[in-house]
Design a protein around this ligand. Sequence first.
Ligand SMILES: [Zn+2]
Length: 107
Amino acid sequence: MLQFCKKCKHHSFLGVKYCPKCLAELSWAPASGRAELFSFTRVYQKSHPGFAADIPYLVAVGRTPEGPLLALRLVNTEQARVGDALEVHFISNGDDEPTPVFRLASG
Ligand SMILES: [Zn+2]
């Protein structure tokens, strides 16, 4: 899901109530679940105990076809290239709510 402005058809993912383009109230709309790899980094710092066992891991910034950039972990590869096709998946760690992650698109 992405935030969507019915008035000016702008998608955003800012977590705000009003459209940054026209100030109309935003609603939510289904998203494609796809993105193109815009940038990425490999994380070596232990910033949260829950990720300690996964170090090093990739964090990718993907540009969605709807427009917004999303920053999520990239989980199914150690090798990534700008421009790679990505898909959003959700992983579950027990009792927590599912976490969105990027995976390289399967084709
Ligand atoms: Zn708008």
